[in-house]
Write a protein that binds this ligand. Structure first.
Ligand SMILES: Cc1cc2nc3c(=O)[nH]c(=O)nc-3n(C[C@H](O)[C@H](O)[C@H](O)COP(=O)(O)OP(=O)(O)OC[C@H]3O[C@@H](n4cnc5c(N)ncnc54)[C@H](O)[C@@H]3O)c2cc1C
Length: 597
């Protein structure tokens, strides 16, 4: 039977089916007016959804048939470095070629530049499948936010030159932020950007490290453009097209994602193009880039976890101990069930987050085009979607990547001793997933990014919407749970505010860290309190006890989302494992999980 990573995943199809993109697509597809110009453009909402299904199906087949079978080989060979040049493993090159032939690059770019004009929420589903197939490859395919940022802020001439080449897969991108002394604290970036006033040309000098896909032809580089500055406000974003002045000094020898080259790069008088405005390099452009990349890393962790779960599921059917397949032993069954619930809850949260990011982007663009004439309702919707997207993004990055690590750990446990051996795929997945809660900001930095927004109560409208929604009668328990958790969440925020009141300055603010600048409109006192809470050693666990309950709401987030409520699965189907009798127990899940284990 042929393998297809979309068609073999009912939960992913379920997510797509219940992703309500009507409002997003009306704006994104400009009232479906592009079908006259581009034959591939949808004529209406149903048409657009059909297109997404086709794209996912095509990629699903490539992932299942061509990429996944060579994943172990890609890991074993890894990327090479020789005489300043980096080459991908043979399996990676083959996978890139397959993606190119299927015209799956330029996923989110406009059709004007040869792109597919996909919403972020659908793109993340593609990324999840690629990561499930080979997580190193995901770091090449999943860097498409770079092209999107260029489309958003680049000048017309650069866009016309560079973007069609991204869409054809001829060039790839790199996000070049980190330096030896500037990791979480990107405000400390020291790479210099100097402007030749006579020619108007910028040049970069400095060394960057840990750069994924550093061999890319087009890079976005964060550099200090304002002489004498020492913080985030002196940084700008630059576009570099690789030439002889860009030297790759080495690639890292690392634990996992071996097919993904992690490069140290030296810039020596490298010509560069300023992207957007000076001084907004970190606070606007890098944050924008990282927000997209955080969703992609969340999707990566989810994809790896999906692969790990399937390995554990398969092994538990085949391995016999005490005369029975180990999956019928309650302890093993519980591990499988816990993994499955984790996966589905995370997929729901990622889809919900993607939808808010999509809304934010389309309203931002519409307001940009409409200027100050824009109607107030549109402005309000823009503000709401921005606040929710900015809050949910670090939360989903945190939850998905911690979940991915947890699931891979449990999947190895199901394998027993053989899981520790190279011959079994779980060993590779266990190594690969470890990076996800480190890059694009560690989990601790996701807390830094989210806490200010949570204290600003930016999640409240969404929680209120979920509480007010109509649910089927058989979801009364879930509804009560939602009410209880929302109450706890409110108490957590109130107590956090109390315990933070009157505390002193925190040193460097979250705005200068890989965290984020904090929500617009947040008072400086609130901002200071948030920073104090997350940055003072020992303060968080000791004095802010309710904080964990902020996170505890997330695993059940799947239950309340209205999309889930629309479908009414047979309760017995969703509340037990496939072979419940052999477990001797029925396990009630907190939501509409369909556990087809
Ligand atoms: C394989 C790989 C690929 C990468 N790819 C890229 C890339 O493509 N582009 C790029 O620019 N960078 C990339 N990075 C860099 C990556 O984003 C950073 O490593 C990461 O953000 C952490 O920075 P650091 O390593 O300097 O750790 P540090 O900042 O030194 O952090 C060390 C520890 O201190 C904690 N910590 C630091 N500050 C705080 C705080 N304020 N509150 C709480 N805890 C804190 C951290 O959570 C961590 O536990 C990559 C890294 C790796 C390993």
């Amino acid at each position: 039977m042929s393998e297809n990573f979309f068609l073999d995943n009912p939960d992913l199809q379920f997510r797509l089916e219940h992703l309500d993109l009507r409002e997003v697509l009306e704006l994104k597809e400009k009232g479906y007016s592009e079908s006259d110009i581009y034959p591939t453009a949808p004529r209406n909402y149903a048409d657009a959804r059909d297109n997404y299904r086709i794209v996912l199906d095509v990629l699903g087949e490539i992932c299942g048939e061509r990429v996944a079978p060579r994943a172990a080989e890609a890991d074993e060979e890894g990327a090479h470095y020789e005489n300043g040049e980096v080459t991908y493993a043979a399996a990676t090159l083959d996978a890139i070629e397959a993606l190119r032939q299927a015209e799956l690059f330029g996923a989110m770019l406009s059709r004007e530049y040869g792109g597919l004009n996909l919403p972020e929420s659908v793109y993340q589903m593609l990324v999840e499948m690629v990561a499930r197939a080979e997580s190193g490859l995901m770091t090449v395919y999943g860097l498409q936010e770079i092209a999107s940022l260029i489309e958003e802020y680049g000048d017309p001439e650069t866009k016309a030159r560079v973007l069609p080449r991204f869409s054809s897969g001829e060039v790839s991108g790199a996000m070049v932020l980190t330096e030896a002394d500037a990791g979480s604290d990107l405000g400390a970036v020291a790479t210099r950007a100097t402007l030749d006033e006579a020619t108007g040309q910028w040049h970069l000098n400095g060394v960057k490290r840990f750069i994924t896909n550093g061999l890319a032809d087009v890079s976005l580089v964060l550099a200090r453009s304002e002489e004498g500055s020492t913080d985030a406000r002196g940084l700008s974003m630059f576009l570099v097209e690789r030439d002889a002045t860009v030297k790759i000094r080495r690639i890292e020898n690392k634990l996992g994602i071996h097919a993904s080259p992690t490069c140290e790069i030296q810039y020596s008088n490298t010509p560069a193009i300023l992207l957007g405005k000076r001084r907004f390099g970190l606070t606007r452009y890098a944050m924008n880039l990282m927000n997209g990349a955080r969703l992609a890393v969340a999707a990566q962790a989810l994809g790896i976890a999906e692969a790990a779960f399937r390995e554990a599921d398969k092994y538990s059917r085949e391995r016999v101990q005490f005369g029975r397949p180990i999956r019928v032993l309650p302890a093993v069954g519980r591990l499988l069930l816990s993994m499955k619930v984790d996966l589905e809850a995370t997929r729901a949260l990622l889809a919900e987050t993607g939808r808010w990011v999509d809304l934010w982007k389309v309203y931002e663009r519409a307001l940009g085009e409409g200027g100050s004439e824009a109607d107030p309702a549109m402005r309000a919707r823009y503000k709401q979607s921005q606040a929710l997207a900015e809050t949910l993004t670090p939360m989903v990055k945190y939850c998905a990547t911690e979940m991915g690590n947890r699931v891979c750990y449990q999947a190895m446990q199901v394998h027993g001793g053989v899981g520790y051996m190279r011959e079994f795929n779980i060993e590779r997945l266990f190594r690969d997933v470890r990076i996800t809660n480190i890059y694009e900001g560690t989990s601790q930095l996701q807390v830094v990014a989210a806490i200010g927004k949570l204290l600003n109560r930016s999640l409240d409208p969404l929680l209120a919407e979920w509480q007010a929604a109509e649910y089927p009668a058989d979801m009364a328990t879930e509804k009560a749970l939602l009410a209880e958790l929302t109450g706890l969440f409110g108490q957590a925020i109130a107590r956090t505010e109390d315990s933070g009141r009157g505390r002193g300055g925190p040193g460097r603010q979250p705005g200068s860290a890989r965290g984020d600048p904090g929500p617009a409109g947040m008072t400086s006192a609130r901002r200071r309190r948030a920073a104090a809470l997350v940055q003072r050693p020992g303060l968080l666990p000791r004095r802010v006890q309710p904080w964990p309950s902020v996170w505890s709401i997330l695993p059940v987030v799947r239950a309340p989302i209205p999309a889930v409520a629309q479908t009414r699965h047979d309760a017995s189907e969703r509340c037990r494992l496939a072979e419940p009798a052999r477990f001797g127990t029925r396990m009630r899940l907190p939501s509409t999980q369909r556990v087809g284990v």
